[in-house]
Design a protein around this ligand. Structure first.
Ligand code: AHR
Length: 306
């Protein structure tokens, strides 16, 4: 993997401007597209020389990109880790080279001394908010409610945590049952494919909980093709609140969306500048987020940025 520069021609310390090596997960979802755009635009606005590498959802590509940033002696490395595990060796290499590392969006299970800070959402909280909406919907009923779950990329922090938070909250109502749970890899195509199989295997699905809008949107196609009405025959909860998801929510095809904010570029560049100047930064910076029902989506859509 070659990390390619997006702006300027700085080559690490000594060039005047700050050089940031950023390894992105991929381009799997609308959220990711908005996140990449935010990082590129804010780097340009801050005059930071960005070397951007797309890992195409593969950890080995991210590790290779980080090694390439170390070799190029960038000033700061930032990355959004595809999966939680397996980062110790490369993080040690960055530390040995004296290059500070910033985590954005997703967490790793390495020792926290291996990176300076982690900027991103609280995914467990997002899962809890999804579960709470469902508990509230069925508060007066004790009839069985059959839920299917479309999980994100296997081993990724948002997939692990959104599942955990959701299941923690719904277990307070024993009639809410997850009857099937499978990965749809955070993509629309896979979300559709998995939902088609789930609809064939289970005739009695009441609720779909998808870990992102894209998988939910793919599943909506499968539900419609099976002759059912998304949002009515099957209630749908998703996470992200990108424009296409919000449109489906406003149209009544999704029932509830928990927001996950992809616009991390501005905060990231602030952190990069501080780290470069040896200023202290908070160890964990949690993104502020809200939730949307169908009415809230109609109001928010005209001014939605992504
Ligand atoms: O890590 C954030 C998640 O990754 C988003 O919710 C999902 O859409 C993306 O692929």
């Amino acid at each position: 993997v070659t990390a390619c520069g997006d702006s300027g021609s700085g080559s690490g310390s000594g060039s005047g401007s700050i050089t940031l090596g950023f390894s992105q997960v991929g381009a799997e979802s609308g959220w990711r597209t908005a996140n990449t755009k935010s990082i590129k635009e804010e780097a340009a606005a801050a005059g930071i020389d960005l070397k951007f590498a797309d890992a195409q959802q593969k950890q080995e590509n991210q590790i290779a990109a980080i090694r390439s940033f170390i070799k190029q002696k960038v000033d700061v490395i930032a990355f959004s880790p595809v999966v939680v595990t397996g980062w110790d060796a490369v993080l040690k290499e960055a530390k040995a080279a004296g290059i500070p590392v910033v985590l954005t969006d997703r967490a790793v299970d390495s020792d926290a001394s291996m990176y300076v800070t982690f900027l991103g959402s609280d995914f467990v909280e997002e899962g809890k908010k999804s579960g709470q909406w469902l508990v509230d919907q069925y508060k007066d009923s004790s009839e069985p409610v059959n839920i299917v779950q479309l999980e994100g990329t296997v081993g990724a922090a948002p997939a692990i945590d959104r599942k955990k938070g959701f299941e923690e909250v719904i277990k307070s109502k024993p009639n809410l049952k997850v009857i099937a749970s499978q990965s749809g890899e955070f993509t629309r195509a896979k979300g559709k494919e998995v939902m088609q199989a789930l609809l064939k295997a289970h005739k009695d699905i009441d609720v779909l909980y998808a870990h992102n809008d894209d998988m939910g949107l793919g599943a909506i196609q499968a539900i419609e093709e099976a002759g059912k009405k998304p949002g009515e025959d099957i209630k749908i909860i998703t996470v992200d609140a990108v424009r296409d998801g919000m449109q489906a929510l406003a149209d009544g095809k999704i029932n509830f969306i928990v927001e996950c904010n992809p616009l991390l570029g501005g905060q990231l560049m602030e952190i990069v500048k501080k780290v470069h100047e040896d200023q202290p930064v908070e160890r964990r910076i949690v993104t502020e987020e809200t939730v949307f029902d169908q009415e809230a989506a109609k109001k928010a859509l005209p001014s939605r940025k992504y």
